[in-house]
Design a protein around this ligand. Structure first.
Ligand code: UFG
Length: 347
């Protein structure tokens, strides 16, 4: 029996596609809206191969409210998970209006869809970037939110404010904002995974592409931080653990367990790893020797952050089950599968 229909915006993207798989496997119907601006349609094939079901898919831009509204007329949607957004930190510094226009307008239109069709369960993709460089670690949901370092990060902060304000007059609307730490890894089937377009900004796809020979060398941005080995520390969370957090958040909302109609949760593993530890773990689990060099710090990078995820552990009854070693292995298997089976050539 179906547990209901979920509109997944950005469902072809990295986190959206893995969450879609979990949703289908948990008997939810999924409708994906994605403009494919930073994702590729082959991922839909992967979702179908894993689940045996191809979700309903509309290639449409959320900035076009009327178009989206009309497409969704024929569906009865129970919940929304809103992933669709640009996320390249560096690009957002160069092109702030592109980020504000896309991320904020898409959110507003998705909220208008929720109001128009009386969809009362809403999950938002937020980020630990809203904490900036916290003074005290680990960060809890009570850690002050500050103005993030980049326009991208600021769109997440502003989005949470928009969501909170929208739930004030609309008491039927229930929102959970999930503040993700650093998602890594791929589906264990290796049929879907992270698929950056062009040169990856994030560490793990850069590592796997370097190991595969697509990039000549990984640059480790800074080894002079005040951390044990000098490289920055992040809370890396497996993509399937992250997808499962969405299922838990959805169950939480659909069974009306929430006490407030706007709630935030940290979604992290609760443990920090340095860049060098990630590189060493990758080498150990894959047997690949990684060519890397130290380079200057990347502007805007914070030194270290990891989560206190106690609230998600206790309230959502969600916990990470997978280690970075597992995630790095699946990321590598996905890279090989993608290169040999999907593109059959290097970019
Ligand atoms: N890094 C390298 N070399 C690379 C890429 C990354 O050394 O080629 C380092 C970074 O300097 C950083 C670490 O690897 O120390 C992780 O970098 P990522 O780009 O993978 O992740 P970030 O922590 O910078 O960013 C992530 C998300 C953002 C989000 C942010 C919140 O990608 O969307 O976390 O902190 F806003």
């Amino acid at each position: 029996m179906t547990k209901g229909t979920v509109l997944v915006t950005g469902g072809v993207g990295y986190i959206g596609s893995h969450t879609t798989v979990e949703l289908i496997q948990q008997n939810y119907e999924v409708i994906i809206v994605d403009n494919l601006s930073t994702s590729q349609k082959e991922i839909l094939e992967g979702i179908k191969k894993i689940t045996g079901k191809k979700p309903v898919f509309y290639k449409v831009d959320l900035k076009n409210y009327n178009e989206v509204k009309n497409l969704l007329k024929k569906h009865k949607i129970d919940s929304i998970i809103h992933f669709a957004a640009y996320k390249a930190v560096g690009e957002s510094v160069e092109k702030p209006l592109k980020y504000y226009e896309n991320n904020i307008l898409s959110l507003i239109n998705t909220l208008k869809i929720a109001e128009e069709y009386k969809i009362n369960n809403f999950i938002f993709s937020s980020s630990c970037t809203v904490y900036g460089q916290p003074k005290k670690l680990p960060v809890t949901e009570k850690t002050p939110v500050i103005k993030p370092n980049s326009p991208y990060g600021n769109t997440k902060k502003i989005a949470e404010e928009i969501l909170q304000d929208t739930t004030e007059p609309n008491k039927n609307l229930n929102v959970v904002s999930l503040r993700y730490f650093n998602p890594i890894g791929a589906h264990p089937s290796h049929l879907i995974g992270e698929l950056p377009i062009g040169v990856p900004n994030n560490l793990v796809p850069f590592i796997t592409q370097t190991a595969y020979g697509i990039r000549p060398q990984l640059k480790v941005f800074g080894n002079d931080y005040s951390t044990p080995d000098g490289t920055p520390i992040r809370d890396y969370i497996d993509i399937i653990d992250l997808a499962e957090a969405h299922i838990k958040a959805l169950e939480y909302l659909t069974t009306s367990k929430n006490k407030k109609n706007f709630e935030v949760f940290n979604i992290g593993a609760g443990k920090g790893y340095s860049v060098l530890e990630i590189i060493k773990t990758f080498e150990q689990v894959t047997g690949q020797k990684l060519n890397y060099t130290f380079a200057p710090r990347r502007p805007g990078d914070i030194e270290q952050i990891w989560a206190d995820a106690t609230k998600a552990n206790t309230v959502l009854k969600w916990k990470t089950k997978r280690t970075p070693a597992h995630s790095l292995k699946t990321a590598w298997e996905w890279e090989k599968h993608y290169r040999t089976q999907i593109v059959k050539k290097s970019i």
